[in-house]
Ligand binder design. Structure first.
Ligand code: G3P
Ligand code: MG
Length: 248
């Protein structure tokens, strides 16, 4: 077994989504207790312009309510149970707002905010307000499969850290960042599509690589060996244990 030079960041996917209801404060707290260095979460904009932490565009799958987030107010979203569907002991766990996550998560923990909705002036305004209020500009990486929304945000705030999310089998991953037309901080590929050579090439060009979403032990080990800068996983505790046994 080889020992590692650099330890990848443990990035808790939707918190610790394998063991707690995804994208809830309970899930983020569990990820932190399990030793995550960072958390990933998904956001949408509510009808009254709040940034709401939820993966889907509707609350149907992950709460006891129904409807599109874009058509619900923050107050009505707050009345929903986002934990009971996962396990009885999480019943009553609320849908968080992004500001509540910023408030709860210590400053040293990176937050990967994945934007699931289209660009809107309100999204931009509220995101920058919160980054400023919580002094999180350097502690947040904003990612999206929608690279147009990233481009718009980066234009408005050149210091914003941008992560390119994609699930395409590109011949040259690093060049995808180059052709995007804006400065990219990190690549977030679907994990099966990026090779150790791509990772080394990206790193040599100053890019971090945070593949998603790796859960099986053999895949976690391969990602560690490949020298990923960070690993997005539903099981931060599992990754923590693997890294413990491999670091000098
Ligand atoms: O940000 C990585 C990953 O979360 C992207 O896919 O569908 O789990 O948000 P999804
Ligand atoms: Mg996500």
């Amino acid at each position: 077994m080889t020992s590692l030079q650099a330890k990848p960041l443990i990035i808790g996917h939707r918190g610790a989504a394998g063991e707690a209801p995804e994208n809830t404060l309970a899930s983020f707290a569990l990820a932190l207790r399990q030793g995550a260095d960072a958390i990933e979460l998904d956001i949408h904009v509510s009808a009254d312009g709040e940034l709401v932490v939820c993966h889907d565009a509707t609350v149907n799958r992950t709460t006891n309510g129904e409807g599109a987030i874009a058509e619900l107010t923050a107050a009505s979203l707050k009345r929903l149970d986002a934990g009971g569907w996962f396990a009885e002991r999480y019943a009553g766990e609320p849908v968080p707002l992004l500001e509540e996550v910023f408030s709860m998560v210590p400053a040293g923990i990176m937050i990967n905010v994945e934007i699931k909705c289209a660009y809107s002036p309100r999204l931009e305004e509220r995101l920058f307000e919160l980054l400023k209020q919580f002094d999180r500009l350097e502690g947040v990486v904003v990612s999206s499969f929608n690279h147009k929304v990233l481009q718009r945000l980066k234009r408005s705030e050149p210091r914003l850290r941008i992560g390119l999310l994609y699930s395409s089998n590109f011949a040259n991953h690093r060049k995808v960042a180059e052709v995007s037309g804006f400065e990219v901080y990190s690549l977030h590929p679907y994990y099966r599509l990026i090779s150790p050579e791509d990772v080394a090439d990206a790193a040599a060009h100053g890019l971090s690589v945070y593949p998603y979403t790796i859960n099986r032990q053999e895949d976690l080990l391969a990602a560690i060996e490949a020298g990923m800068s960070g690993i997005i996983t539903d099981y931060p505790g599992r990754l923590r244990e693997l890294l413990k046994s491999r670091l000098p």
